[in-house]
Design a protein around this ligand. Sequence first.
Ligand code: AMP
Length: 212
Amino acid sequence: MTKPQLILLGAPGSGKGTQAARLVSELGYQHISTGDLLRKEIKSGSELGQRVQGIMNTGGLVDDDTVLELLKSNCDLESTAYIFDGFPRNFDQAKALDSSVLKGVESRAIYFEIDLNMLAARLVNRRTCTGCGEIYNLLSKAPQLSDKCDKCGADLMQRKDDNEETVKTRLGVFKEAIEPVLAHYKAEDRLGVIDASAGADEVFDKLKEITR
Ligand code: AMP
């Protein structure tokens, strides 16, 4: 049986990226993150990247059309089961995902529920490996050397938007837009909810249960 497309919903720092990596390695999904796609555009110096850089650095949302086009040109649902991470961010994006990406393909949304007050500390202490993408946290999952990856030895980096000021904006933006998105999936009986404050293993077990 083909796997349903998965849509991960949750605030920045709620653990979507960490869990997505496990879904990829253990269940054969492909991870598609609009944040990663946008950061790649910035790194490449493309026109799109230059246009969105300022917005991303301050924690605002890039316009819906730009992100939707980027997403569409980077996924092929005919052959792949995806984990959508970071899209949709608002109700219009949820509608657009259905009508111009999923187009009736079976999908399920999963909300990583967590008290937003817990997240600022998680985000400013997040570090990501520049080599293999492993995600660390200086408080809860510290690397053995503070600036090197335990797995591959490459340098760790801190995302530009993981600073206190920008994190505040990003969490505010999330809070304002998420309710209609959740209501959309709930009304169609496509929503599962996970307690994202639990440990990573527990969250993953729950995820497997929901996606089975
Ligand atoms: P993320 O990696 O998902 O935390 O996203 C980082 C930043 O990329 C966000 O703060 C936004 O500026 C931008 N971004 C990512 N996904 C979207 C989206 N679906 N719509 C608008 N902006 C987005």
